[in-house]
Design a protein around this ligand. Structure first.
Ligand code: PMP
Length: 296
């Protein structure tokens, strides 16, 4: 039996997925002009919804994109879409496009931004990697400098990250570390990166290094402190990762996942470390114990 069609929020209406279509003149499609969020639902509650929507509205503001509905309306639209699909655990993709315009860059010829909310599921990495760990390489493709498109803007143009992902996959790895223009570690193609060094401190690249201010990153930084450990934002090099005792990645889609190899060198023992495993368990507990409730 085929599964029933998803109900997609499209510009104010919930429509069956087969009818959820965007115009070929939408600048989101023509130019990657727009912003998005990936959000998780755990146990009938939306994790860190306010933080995700705040980032969405900030990113839209940074690219002079007016979201045509209020923050509260967006919150309701998101929760309603989850309820309409009766999802208790899953993943929401919220997209705001510049909207329909003409065949030129000019965003001022797009009178109204388009809004798409998809409530479904996502699987970023094979399940066994959550217990065995991921292999990483250094990607030649760099994170853009802040004077280009700021790495803080979750824009619809992910081609840079996709090029880096291709490099990682072609090297037989599931993820890659992207460096910034100066050669410091920024983050992975869709996740933030953390390392545990032999001084017992957990380090993650600072936002100024070109890392996205990830919502999972923030949650995990707080969990580290709650475990009585120390987390520091630092400027990190590949050397730091080569010599780390443990490494893990964080992201909404990825959650918390160990990395055990980097540029063909084992990280630490080459197996997920005890601190990483502790934080994976702590994150699972946190994610399942808070969030904005959905009215089904
Ligand atoms: N870095 C990049 C480039 C990303 O796309 C993501 C996923 N949104 C992250 C980091 C992780 O951010 P978050 O925890 O907010 O999902």
């Amino acid at each position: 039996m085929s599964s029933p069609e998803l109900k997609i929020y499209l510009d104010g209406n919930l429509v069956p997925e087969s009818e959820a279509k965007v115009s070929v003149f939408d600048h989101g499609l023509l130019y990657g002009d727009g912003v998005f969020e990936g959000i998780r639902i755990y146990n009938g509650r939306v994790f860190r919804l306010t933080e995700h929507l705040k980032r969405l509205y900030s990113c839209a503001r940074a690219i002079c994109l007016t979201i045509p509905i209020s923050f509260e309306e967006m919150e309701k639209a998101t929760l309603d879409t989850v309820a309409a699909n009766n999802l208790r655990d899953g993943y929401i993709r919220l997209v705001v496009t510049r909207g329909v315009g003409s065949l030129g860059l000019n965003p001022y010829q797009c009178p109204k931004a388009g809004i798409i909310i998809i409530a479904s599921s996502i699987k970023l990495y094979p399940t066994e990697h959550y217990t065995n760990g991921l292999k990483l390489i250094t990607c030649a493709t760099r994170r853009p400098a802040p004077a280009a498109l700021s790495p803080q803007v979750k824009s619809l143009n992910y081609l840079n990250n996709i090029m880096a992902k291709i490099e990682a996959m072609q090297a037989g790895c599931d993820e890659g570390i992207m460096l910034n223009e100066q050669g410091y570690v920024a983050e992975c193609t869709g996740d933030n990166v953390f390392i545990l060094k032999d001084d017992g401190i957990i380090y993650t690249p600072s936002i100024a290094s070109g890392a996205l201010d990830g919502i999972t990153r923030r949650a995990v930084m707080a969990l580290i402190e709650a475990e009585g450990l120390v987390c520091k934002e630092e400027v990190l090099t590949r050397f730091d990762v080569y010599t780390a005792q443990e490494c893990f990645l964080t992201g909404t889609a990825a959650e918390v996942i160990p990395a055990v190899e980097y540029d063909r060198r084992p990280i630490g023992t080459g197996k997920p470390g005890p601190t990483t495993l502790k934080l994976i368990a702590a994150f699972k507990k946190l994610a399942n114990s808070e969030g904005t409730p959905v009215s089904y």
